[in-house]
Design a protein around this ligand. Sequence first.
Ligand SMILES: *[C@@H]1O[C@H](CO)[C@@H](O)[C@H](O)[C@H]1NC(C)=O
Ligand SMILES: *[C@@H]1O[C@H](CO)[C@@H](O)[C@H](O)[C@H]1NC(C)=O
Ligand SMILES: *[C@@H]1O[C@H](CO)[C@@H](O)[C@H](O)[C@H]1NC(C)=O
Ligand SMILES: *[C@@H]1O[C@H](CO)[C@@H](O)[C@H](O)[C@H]1NC(C)=O
Ligand SMILES: *[C@@H]1O[C@H](CO)[C@@H](O)[C@H](O)[C@H]1NC(C)=O
Ligand SMILES: *[C@@H]1O[C@H](CO)[C@@H](O)[C@H](O)[C@H]1NC(C)=O
Ligand SMILES: *[C@@H]1O[C@H](CO)[C@@H](O)[C@H](O)[C@H]1NC(C)=O
Ligand SMILES: *[C@@H]1O[C@H](CO)[C@@H](O)[C@H](O)[C@H]1NC(C)=O
Length: 404
Amino acid sequence: MASSSSSSSTTSWLQCSVFLFILVCHGRVDAAGSTGSISKVENAVDFHIYYGQAFKVIKNAIDGKSYLLIQNNSRMASRTKYCTSRIKSFVVPLSNYSIDADYFPVSFFELLGVLRSLKGITSDSVASQCVLKLYEAGEIAVVNKSETQELAQFGAHFITNTDQPQSCNFVSFVPYGEETPLQRAEWIKFLGVFANAESRANQVYNAVRESYQCLIKLAKDRTSFKPTVAWIQYENDIWSFTKETYKLKYVEDAGGENVDASINKITYNISNPEDLDELHAILCTVDVVIDETFTSDPVVYNTSTFLKNINVEDHSCFVFLSNQSLWRYDKRIHNSTALDWYNGAVSQPQLVLADFIEVLFPTGNYTTTYFRNIAKDEGVVQIVSEKCDRDVSVAMEPTLPVCG
Ligand SMILES: *[C@@H]1O[C@H](CO)[C@@H](O)[C@H](O)[C@H]1NC(C)=O
Ligand SMILES: *[C@@H]1O[C@H](CO)[C@@H](O)[C@H](O)[C@H]1NC(C)=O
Ligand SMILES: *[C@@H]1O[C@H](CO)[C@@H](O)[C@H](O)[C@H]1NC(C)=O
Ligand SMILES: *[C@@H]1O[C@H](CO)[C@@H](O)[C@H](O)[C@H]1NC(C)=O
Ligand SMILES: *[C@@H]1O[C@H](CO)[C@@H](O)[C@H](O)[C@H]1NC(C)=O
Ligand SMILES: *[C@@H]1O[C@H](CO)[C@@H](O)[C@H](O)[C@H]1NC(C)=O
Ligand SMILES: *[C@@H]1O[C@H](CO)[C@@H](O)[C@H](O)[C@H]1NC(C)=O
Ligand SMILES: *[C@@H]1O[C@H](CO)[C@@H](O)[C@H](O)[C@H]1NC(C)=O
């Protein structure tokens, strides 16, 4: 079903390319268009935005796909419809939309103030108290992900996992491809374009970026000692160190040091005594550990679980244990299955950085948002609808930590 609706032919692609070429070139001249505000991509590298008079184009740099967004009050809106493997058209502002709930950072929509137009989710496992509230009030429906015909009723269906058949209204939203926390946060502009909410997107991104940069400076000015940090995870007998650049960046930006890059490449099989010895030695040099190990039940994951997985008898040299600095990013969860780390932390990296600064240089005077210290037996915080205490018709404000 999905493949037939996104059929493409050479002729339609050719027509599209010529059409888009003309539009985009004129668009550069006409710039602002009828809505007044435009977004410029400053840091992110995986998408581009172009403006025309009555339309906009978003180009996804990773897969080369383009979205042609046509203003609802233009003549083009009723006459033009594209759905090829390269180009899809949408009428904006979207009057409604749905999301594939798996790892979708829905907080971007909350910051834009367009949560009320969210009408469909593919599961009720969502780490947002206000989405849960709307769902419980019957304003958002759960739609079976396999029912593409039901998903087709929405103005757009946003997904983060692009490894799936995509119908005409599917939009790939992929901040996860970017390498730095701020680049990921800038994807608010991508969604802003679909809602004609460019000025709000710019405003939020600027506030987030300023806050983030202020915190970097604060961390730089404050310290000469750089604690060594390891992000590690365990799966099927194997421990490995993170390779994800944005995580390493958080450590640097907070004033810490990452374990040597040569270590990141290697995996350690706990059933192999030599591997285990090597892992043991590395962990003896580390001041702070972030345990990223997946668990189906974060509530019961504690230091005992970590030690059992590490399988090292003698951990007397583990400074991160004696100094109580063993962390996980599953502090805020909904129903064990959805982590706010994959939601709010993506759109508001300044909060993650503020957490990180507290992790590396504890003051005891700051409550972390996303990280919990299992060495101190810190538990999880459940995300429930009752905690949604704002008017969902109004945009959520970014939280800006004290800086300086
Ligand atoms: C276009 O969208 C705006 C904002 O949602 C709405 O008020 C207006 O009625 C729409 N116009 C048309 C012609 O659909
Ligand atoms: C979703 O739809 C598919 C195919 O129609 C079906 O096999 C599956 O059982 C449905 N899942 C749920 C949870 O209803
Ligand atoms: C979504 O908006 C479209 C028009 O863009 C409308 O046809 C459809 O009925 C709406 N669906 C829902 C679930 O609100
Ligand atoms: C780990 O090592 C054990 C013992 O050498 C071996 O049986 C197992 O397959 C290894 N696991 C992986 C995932 O390589
Ligand atoms: C242990 O933690 C304290 C703060 O809680 C810090 O000042 C100290 O540098 C840490 N020691 C090591 C070796 O990391
Ligand atoms: C971890 O949790 C288990 C049960 O879930 C408990 O038996 C154990 O004592 C806990 N360990 C620590 C260090 O709190
Ligand atoms: C988790 O979600 C499932 C399905 O939505 C529900 O049946 C279950 O009661 C929930 N558990 C908790 C602890 O909220
Ligand atoms: C704790 O934070 C508050 C507010 O930022 C500040 O006024 C106070 O001086 C801090 N206390 C300590 C001990 O750092």
